[in-house]
Each structure stands twice: as structure tokens, then as C-alpha cells.
Design a protein around this ligand. Structure first.
Ligand SMILES: *Cc1c(COP(=O)(O)O)cnc(C)c1O
Length: 223
């Protein structure tokens, strides 16, 4: 096995106070997750509904599962009963479906709005203007079973750290904008989810509160 415990502690040791680790366990077996769990890690992220369902069934119930992938509306009902946070909400339609399914379960589900800032055109997420529009529209205020807790983004996949830094800084500035305008009285709106294996050190410098790291902990994924 990849030295999960060693890698986990190396990352935890570099994280400043106020930045939490979401251990991204997609495509990795339960024994890898348990190795991190035994070291005290409780927050894990997955991006496929079926894989998450199996792992949730098989693994300890005090794990907080974050759904980090692109979520189709017809899959929301399967994860709504237990998911801790849905990180990549990129439409009002999806937000409303999460609200509907959470209501059926008698839950309030935490979500993040996913921003599209990176230059690649294939990535999901709301442009800054689309996100402004969604918030200005105001319908989200009537959704009692979702709680918008912050923003999430993926930076461009590039070795150009200046570009990555610019993109993350844009997200951090945008967080301040919407925090001031819509969430000033809401302490729960505090999360900035950016930073992965290759760029989490930049993320820490651009006020990330949640880094999502897979490969550096668990090794390369086997698809
Ligand atoms: C897979 C994934 C990660 C983790 O990527 P690593 O490079 O393995 O650290 C983070 N965020 C999202 C949205 C992902 O899909």
C-alpha cells in the first residue's frame, strides 16, 4: 500500500489553522480510506454516486462524505440521506433538486457553489456573472433545506503557478464580494474550497479553508 499514514501526516503538518483537509478517496479501496481514518481523518470526498454509496454502506458511519464531482439531478436522491456536503453546485436547478430531496429526508444539506474561473472550457461551474445572477435572483433564499456555505473551484491544470495563483485569488476576491452582499449575517458562509495535490500550497496562500487532496495521500488512481 502507498504510505497513506505518512503522506496524510505530511499534509496535515503543512496546513495552517483554518484550513481543513478533504481526503479525496475516489477510485481508492476501503483499506486506504481506513488507513487514513485510523489516523483520525474523518472528511473524505468522492465524485461518483455509486462508488460513494458502496463506501458509505461499508465504512464507519462517522465519516463525513463530501460529494465533489459533477452531480446529475437524477442522482441527488441517492446521496441526500447521508451526504455531508455537496461541493459542486453549478445551477439553480441542481440546488432546487438538492433542496427537494433533503426535505424528503428531513435534512438540511450543506452545499458550495462551484465557480468556473479556469481557462479550460471543459470544466463545470458557474461563471462569476452566472453566480452573481443566481444570487441576485433570490430564489435560493426560499430553499430551506440547503445551506450555502461558500464557494468551490478548480484551478487550471497547468504548471504555471502564477496562473493558478491568479485564478485562486479571483475566487478569494469573489468570495469577499458575495459574502458582503448576501451572507454578512451568516457565519456558516465561510468555506473556500480550492487546492488539490498539485496546487494546495498556492491554495493555502490564497485563503483556502478546504483543500481537496487525493493523489498525494493515496497514490495514483487505478481506473
Ligand atoms: C479528483 C479531484 C481532486 C483531487 O485531485 P488530486 O490531484 O488527486 O489531489 C480534487 N477535487 C476534485 C473536484 C476532484 O475531482
Amino acid at each position: 500500500m502507498y504510505d497513506v499514514k505518512h503522506n496524510l501526516h505530511q499534509i496535515l503538518d503543512t496546513l495552517p489553522q483554518g484550513t481543513r483537509l478533504v481526503a479525496i478517496s475516489k477510485y481508492h479501496p476501503n483499506e486506504y480510506i481506513m488507513a487514513a481514518y485510523e489516523e483520525g481523518q474523518r472528511v473524505f470526498g468522492e465524485s461518483h454516486e455509486q462508488e460513494l454509496r458502496l463506501k458509505h454502506e461499508q465504512l464507519p458511519k462517522d465519516i463525513e462524505w463530501h460529494f465533489i464531482g459533477h452531480l446529475q439531478t437524477n442522482k441527488v436522491k441517492y446521496i441526500a440521506p447521508y451526504v455531508s456536503m455537496i461541493e459542486a453546485v453549478d445551477s439553480l436547478k441542481l440546488l432546487k433538486e438538492i433542496n427537494k430531496q433533503a426535505e424528503k429526508c428531513g435534512r438540511v444539506i450543506k452545499v458550495l457553489l462551484e465557480l468556473h474561473i479556469a481557462e479550460e472550457s471543459t470544466k463545470y461551474g458557474l461563471t462569476l456573472d452566472a453566480c452573481r445572477q443566481l444570487l441576485a435572483d433570490g430564489e435560493w433564499r426560499s430553499l430551506q433545506h440547503v445551506h450555502i456555505c461558500g464557494l468551490m473551484m478548480m484551478a487550471s491544470f497547468t504548471s504555471d503557478h502564477d496562473q493558478v495563483r491568479r485564478e485562486m485569488q479571483t475566487a478569494a476576491d469573489f468570495f469577499d464580494e458575495v459574502k458582503a452582499k448576501y451572507f454578512n449575517d451568516d457565519e456558516a458562509f465561510c468555506e473556500r474550497s480550492w487546492g488539490m495535490s498539485d496546487d494546495y500550497l498556492v491554495a493555502i496562500q490564497t485563503r483556502s479553508t478546504m483543500v481537496r487532496i487525493g493523489t498525494t495521500i493515496f497514490g495514483p488512481r487505478v481506473y
